[in-house]
Design a protein around this ligand. Structure first.
Ligand code: KG4
Ligand code: ZN
Length: 338
C-alpha cells in the first residue's frame, strides 16, 4: 500500500512532537518546546516527562488537524522507542501503544538516531535525497556521531563522542560566558561578528573518527578565569572574538573528523543532521568542502534538523512499506543502539 497516512510521535528529550506523513510528504509537523528547562540551564528529566504528559494529547490533535485528516484515516503509528530519557520515552511509547491499540492499526518503533539520518528522505522541494552509501554526521545536544549509511536500515556508527556531545560543548561554553541556555545559537550569532583566530583553544586528540569535547569546556573555563582576573570586563569586551574562536575550533574539529571518515571509507557524499547543523560555521564549511574536496553535501531544512516528529514519521513510512512492525510488548530503551 503506497497510499498511507502515518502519524509520527517523538518524546525522547524535551520536545513533544507529532507529525503526519503521506507518501514522503509531511502534512503537519508540530513541536511543543518545553520552556520550563531554561531556568535550570539544562533539561531536568523529571520535569520533561511531566510536560510530555501534558503536551502529548494537544500536540497529536494539532498534528491531525493541521494535516486535515481524521485519526481513523491513519494506517500506522510510529514512535521513538530510544535512545533518550527513559521517563520521556515512556510517555510517547505508552501513548502510541494505546492509540494504535484503540485504532486497531500497526505500531512502528523508531530509533531516534536513525531518524535524524533518514530525515533526509522527507520530500522537500528543491532538495535531493542522499545516494547510498553516504556518511551522516549527527550533531546535537545529545549526540555526535559519524555513521556509514549503506541502506535505509543498514547503518554503522564509525565514530562518536567519547564524552560530551557537540551541542553540549556549545551550551556549556556558553554558560561559562554567562549566556542563557541553550547557548549554542547565541554563540553562533556572536561568532559571526568576531575574529575566529583571536584566541586559540585546543582540539582534543582521540581516535581519528571519535570526538572529545569535555576538555574544551575546561579550557574555556580556565581561559575565562585567567583573563577576567586581569580584566573583569574581559568577557563582555571580547564576546564576539571568544565565540568566533570557539566556533572555529569546534567546526574545524568536526571537519577534521569528517575528512578522516572520507579518507577511511572513500565515501564523499555527506549528510548532516541534529540541532547543531543549524550552525552557520558548519554549514559554510560543508558548502566550501563541495568545491575544495569534491564532496556532495546535504543539509536538511532546519525544522527537520532539530528534534521533531517528521523524521519519526518518515522512518515509520519506510518501515511500513517494508512491513516492519513492532510487537505489542515493545518497550522504550534509553540506550537503544542501531
Ligand atoms: O537536535 P536538538 O534540537 O536536540 C537534541 O539535543 O537532541 O539540538 C539542540 C542543540 C543544543 O545544544 C543547541 O545549543 C544546539 O543544538 N544548537 C546550536 C545552534 N542551534 C542549535 N549550536 C550551535 N550553533 C547553532 N546555530
Ligand atoms: Zn535528537
Amino acid at each position: 500500500n503506497t497510499n498511507c497516512y502515518i502519524l509520527g510521535i517523538e518524546s525522547s528529550c524535551d520536545d513533544t512532537a507529532a507529525a503526519v506523513i503521506h507518501n514522503g510528504t509531511i502534512l503537519s509537523n508540530v513541536v511543543a518546546n518545553q520552556e520550563i528547562h531554561t531556568q535550570y540551564g539544562g533539561v531536568v528529566p523529571e520535569l520533561a516527562s511531566r510536560a510530555h504528559q501534558q503536551n502529548i494529547v494537544p500536540v497529536v490533535h494539532q498534528a491531525l488537524r493541521k494535516a486535515n485528516i481524521d485519526k481513523k484515516q491513519l494506517h500506522a503509528i510510529a514512535f521513538t522507542s530510544g535512545p533518550g530519557l527513559m521517563g520521556s520515552l515512556l510517555v510517547g511509547t505508552s501513548f502510541s501503544k494505546s492509540l494504535a491499540l484503540g485504532l486497531g492499526i500497526p505500531l512502528i518503533d523508531v530509533n531516534h538516531m536513525q531518524a535524524h539520518i533518514l530525515a533526509h528522505f522527507i520530500k522537500v522541494e528543491g532538495q535531493t535525497a542522499p545516494n547510498f552509501p553516504f556518511l551522516a554526521l549527527t550533531i546535537s545536544g545529545g549526540h555526535t556521531q559519524i555513521v556509514k549509511v549503506t541502506n535505509y536500515f543498514e547503518m554503522k556508527v564509525i565514530g562518536q563522542a567519547i564524552d560530551d556531545a557537540v551541542g553540549e560543548a556549545f551550551d556549556k561554553a556558553a554558560k561559562i560566558l554567562g549566556l542563557p541556555y541553550p547557548g549554542g545559537p547565541l554563540v553562533d550569532t556572536y561568532a559571526q561578528q568576531g575574529n575566529p583566530k583571536a584566541f586559540k583553544f585546543p582540539k582534543p586528540k582521540v581516535a581519528p573518527l571519535d570526538f572529545s569535547f569535555s576538555g574544551l569546556k575546561t579550557s574555556v573555563l580556565y581561559f575565562v578565569e585567567k583573563e577576567t582576573a586581569r580584566n573583569p570586563n574581559f568577557i563582555s569586551e571580547n564576546i564576539e572574538d571568544i565565540c568566533a574562536s570557539l566556533q572555529y575550533t569546534i567546526v574545524s574539529y568536526l571537519m577534521d573528523k569528517l575528512k578522516n571518515a572520507v579518507k577511511q571509507t572513500g565515501i564523499k557524499e555527506i549528510a548532516i543532521g541534529g540541532g547543531v547543523s543549524a550552525n552557520s560555521g558548519i554549514r559554510k564549511a560543508l558548502k566550501d568542502a563541495e568545491e575544495k574536496y569534491g564532496w556532495t553535501t546535504h543539509i536538511p531544512k532546519f525544522e527537520y534538523c532539530t528534534d521533531n516528529a517528521a523524521m519519526i514519521a518518515i522512518v515509520g513510512e519506510l518501515k511500513y512499506k517494508q512491513g516492519i512492525f513492532a510487537n505489542k510488548d515493545v518497550v522504550a530503551s534509553a540506550r537503544l543502539k542501531f
